[in-house]
Design a protein around this ligand. Structure first.
Ligand code: FAD
Length: 435
C-alpha cells in the first residue's frame, strides 16, 4: 500500500513564490500540519536571483543561509527551523511526477501520494537546453545550465579543479549578464556570445546596451553579438574544448555556460488545466480553470490589468507578489470575502560588477535617454523613459539611489502625459542631477 498524506494546502515547488506564499499563509498563524511544500530541490526556498549575484563565489564555500526568502524584501529569512516553528511540512528532494487534479491527488517519484484540498502550483521554469534542438555534442562535459544551487555548486567545483580558466557564456539575458561579471571578478577569461544585436535585448534599448557592452569590454569581457552557437568540439574525455559559431569561427572553452531561455514547468498538469502563452492560465486571483487549483510565479499566465492583456512574467518581483496575492485570495474566499484583482506593476532589476539598474513599467513605444551613459565616466548614471500614445509607460535607471529609483517608479506608475521627448529627457536629467 503506497504511503498517503493529506493536507489542507499543498504547494508544489519550493522556489521564490512558494517561500513568499508560506510567509503569507503564516500571517498571523497557521494550524500545524495544514500546509505542505513539496519540492525536488533539497533546500527550502531561497532568493533564486542571488545564485548569480551573491551565492556564486568561487574562492570560498557558498552559503545558502544568507539567501533564504524573504530576506531580499527586508523580511525575516525563513531558515528550515522557521517552517518547523510554523508547523509547515517541508517535503524536500521529492519530485511530483503525476497530478490528478480531478482526484485532488499528487504522486511522487518515490510512489508517495499527497492529497490536498487546495493546490498551489509553484513549479517555476527550467532552462531550455541545446540537446532539445539537436545541437551537436550538446551533452559534452563542462557545459552548464544555471537554475538551482546544485547547478551552481557543480560549476564552482569544476571551476576550482580546472587549470584553465576560459569560459564561453552563451546568451545575453539575465543569467549571461550576471554570471559573466561574477566570473570576470574572479579573473576568468570570459567571452559572451548571443544571437541578438545587443545584450539584454528584451529589456534594454540599443543605447542602454551600448553602455553595458562598453563597461564589460573595459573589464576584459569579450562580446560577440548577432552570432549563434551551432555545436561543440570535445576531447577524448568528452569534455568541451571549443564552441562552434554560425559564422564558421570556433572559440576555445574549458567551461561553457548556457542561458538560452526558460520553459515553464507545466508538463504534469498538461491536458487537465487550461493553458495560455506556455503557462497555466489564471484569473486575477491566480485561480486556474480547475477549482481549488492556483498557479503562481513563472508558471502563471495572468491578466495584466494595467496593460489589458494576458502575460507570463519570469521575474522575481512577480513571483513574490503573485504568491502573496493568491494566498490572500484563498484566505478571503474561505471567509466569504473578496479581494481586489491582481494589478501588477512590473519591476525588474539586476546587479553586476558595481553596477545596479532598475526598470519599471512597460518598455514599449519610443524611448528617450537621459544622463551620462559613457562607460568610461568615473561615475556613470543614466536612464531611459519609454513613451506610448503620449504617455510615459516605462522607466529605467542605472546607478540610481533609493529616492531616484522611487521617483522613476512613480513616473512609470502614474503615466504622465508628455509634450516632447526632449522635455522628458530634460526632466530625467534634472531628476538625477546631471543638469
Ligand atoms: P522557482 O523559484 O524556479 O521555483 C520552482 C520550484 O519548483 C523549484 O524548487 C523547482 O525545483 C520545483 N519544482 C519544479 N517542478 C517540480 C516537480 N514536478 N516536483 C517538485 N518540485 C518541482 N528575476 C529577476 O527579476 N531579477 C533577477 O536578477 C533574476 N536573476 C535570476 C538569476 C538566475 C540564475 C535565475 C535562475 C533566475 C533569475 N530570475 C531573476 C528569475 C527569478 O528567479 C524567477 O522568476 C523566480 O525564481 C520564479 O519563482 P517561482 O517560484 O515561480 O519558480
Amino acid at each position: 500500500m503506497a504511503e498517503e498524506k493529506s493536507f489542507k494546502y499543498v504547494i508544489v515547488g519550493a522556489g521564490v513564490s512558494a517561500g513568499y506564499a508560506a510567509r503569507e499563509f503564516a500571517i498571523p498563524d497557521l494550524k500545524h500540519g495544514e500546509l505542505a511544500i513539496i519540492s525536488n530541490e533539497p533546500v527550502p526556498p531561497y532568493e533564486r536571483p542571488e545564485l548569480t549575484k551573491g551565492y556564486i563565489e568561487f574562492k570560498t564555500n557558498t552559503n545558502l543561509a544568507k539567501d533564504y526568502v524573504c530576506g531580499e524584501t527586508g523580511e525575516q529569512r525563513q531558515c528550515p527551523q522557521w517552517y518547523k516553528d510554523k508547523g509547515i511540512e517541508m517535503i524536500l528532494s521529492t519530485e511530483i511526477v503525476k497530478a490528478d487534479l480531478a482526484a485532488k491527488s499528487l504522486v511522487s517519484s518515490h510512489g508517495k501520494i499527497f492529497k490536498y484540498q487546495n493546490l498551489i502550483v509553484a513549479t517555476g521554469s527550467t532552462c531550455s537546453r541545446f540537446s532539445e534542438f539537436g545541437v551537436q555534442d550538446a551533452n559534452a562535459k563542462n557545459i552548464f545550465y544555471l537554475r538551482d544551487t546544485k547547478d551552481l555548486d557543480q560549476l564552482a567545483l569544476t571551476m576550482e579543479t580546472k587549470k584553465k580558466r576560459t569560459v564561453v557564456v552563451i546568451g545575453g539575458g539575465y543569467i549571461g549578464f550576471e554570471i559573466s561579471a561574477s566570473l570576470r571578478v574572479n579573473n576568468y577569461d570570459v567571452t559572451m556570445i548571443f544571437p541578438e544585436p545587443w545584450i539584454m535585448h528584451q529589456i534594454f534599448t540599443a543605447e542602454i546596451a551600448s553602455f553595458y557592452q562598453g563597461y564589460y569590454e573595459d573589464k576584459g569581457i569579450k562580446i560577440i553579438k548577432s552570432t549563434r552557437a551551432t555545436g561543440f568540439n570535445t576531447n577524448s574525455n568528452g569534455e568541451v574544448t571549443e564552441v562552434k559559431l554560425d559564422d564558421g569561427r570556433t572559440l576555445e572553452a574549458d567551461i561553457v555556460i548556457v542561458d538560452i531561455g526558460g520553459t515553464p514547468m507545466t508538463s504534469i498538469f498538461r491536458g487537465q488545466v487550461e493553458e495560455d502563452k506556455g503557462g497555466i492560465k489564471t484569473d486575477g486571483f491566480f485561480k486556474t480553470s480547475i477549482s481549488d487549483v492556483y498557479a503562481i510565479g513563472d508558471v502563471a499566465t495572468f491578466p495584466m490589468k494595467r496593460y489589458g492583456d494576458m502575460r507570463r512574467v519570469e521575474h522575481v518581483d512577480h513571483a513574490r507578489k503573485s504568491a502573496e496575492h493568491a494566498v490572500k485570495a484563498i484566505k478571503a474566499a474561505e471567509e466569504g470575502k473578496l479581494i481586489q484583482e491582481y494589478d501588477y506593476f512590473p519591476f525588474l532589476y539586476s546587479r553586476a560588477f558595481d553596477l545596479s539598474w532598475q526598470f519599471y513599467g512597460d518598455n514599449v513605444g519610443q524611448s528617450v535617454l537621459f544622463g551620462d551613459n559613457d562607460p568610461k565616466s568615473p561615475k556613470p548614471k543614466f536612464g531611459t523613459y519609454w513613451v506610448k500614445d503620449g504617455k510615459v509607460v516605462g522607466a529605467f535607471l542605472e546607478g540610481g539611489v533609493m529616492e531616484e529609483n522611487k521617483a522613476i517608479a512613480r513616473v512609470a506608475r502614474t503615466q504622465p502625459s508628455v509634450g516632447s521627448l526632449e522635455v522628458l529627457s530634460n526632466v530625467g536629467e534634472l531628476l538625477i542631477g546631471s543638469r
